[in-house]
Design a protein around this ligand. Sequence first.
Ligand SMILES: NC(=O)OP(=O)(O)O
Length: 318
Amino acid sequence: MNKLAVVALGGNALLRGNQKGTVEEQNANTTDTLENLIFLIKEGYDIIIAHGNGPQVGNILMRNDAGEQLYNIPQMPLDIDVADSQGGIGYMIERNLRNILKKHGIKKDVITLVTQVVVDKDDPAFENPTKRVGKIYTKEEADALAADKGWIFKEEVKADGGWRRVVPSPRPMRVMNEEIVSKLAREGNIVITVGGGGVPVYEDADGQICPVEGVIDKDLASALIGARIKADEFYILTDVPYIYKNFKQPNEEILEFLDYKDTMELMNDGQFAEGSMAPKIRACLEFVQNGGKKSVITEATKLEDRKYGSKITMEYEN
Ligand SMILES: NC(=O)OP(=O)(O)O
C-alpha cells in the first residue's frame, strides 16, 4: 500500500495578505503552491489536500454585507459561506492541479468534496470568537466596523500587525465523509476535502444534521481526518520554513526535530503564538498522538528539500 499524506494549505498560500486578491493572483499562488506537491506524488504518496479559507470566507462575508446594503439581497449564514468557499477554492485547486499533473505527465484523477464536519453545538468557542477571517484593518477601520456592524475584531499577532474580524471556531469532532475520502485516496485519486476546516454541523436529538455558524480550524480538521483514516504523514504548509524557539528574538533557534513531550513543554511555556503557530502545532500533536507517524510544518517551496521543515513525531526521529 502507498504511503498516504494529508497536506494542509493555508488560506494565505492561495490569497496572500499583501495582495489585492484578484483571481489571477489566486490562480498564480495556487499553481506555485501545488507545483511543490509533485515530488510527493512522484515519490509514490497518495495525497489528500486540505485548505484554509480565512481570507476568502472573510471576503464572502463582506460581499454578503455589500449585497444586502446595495441590492437588498438576503445575507447567507456562515455555514453557506464556508460551503461557498470550499466549492470556489476547491475548484481552483482542482483545475490548476489537473493542469500541473498533465504538464508532468502524471495520470491521476482529482476530486473536490464539499465536506461537513460535526461539532458540539454547545462548544464554548461559540461564546468566544477567535478565528481570524478576511482582510487586515487598521485600528480605526476596525473600530468603525465594530461600531457600525457589531463585528468583533482581534489584533493580529504577526509582525505586520493590524486587526482582523474573528468568528467562532468550534472544535472538529467527526468528518462526515471520511470513509469516502479514504477509499478515493487509497485508490490513487487526489482528494480535496475539509476545505476551510469543513462546514460545521451538529446532529440533533432526531439525528437531523443542522448547520451552525463558525469557521473550523483547517489544521485541526486535517489532523482529525488524517488520523481517522490512518494517514502516514501530515504536512502543514505555511509561510516559514521551520518552527522556532524564541521566534524573532536575538536568541531565535530553529526547531527541526521534535517529540511530543518537548513540543508540549514548549507550547506550555508560551513559545508559540496563539492565532498563528500554536494551533498548527496543536494539530500536529493531535495527528501523531492519534496514530499518525509524522507531522511536518514548512513552507511550500521548501517541501521538496527534506532538510527543511520541523518534523514532529511521538518519539524523536533523528
Ligand atoms: N479555516 C481555516 O483554518 O482557514 P485559514 O487556514 O485560512 O485560517
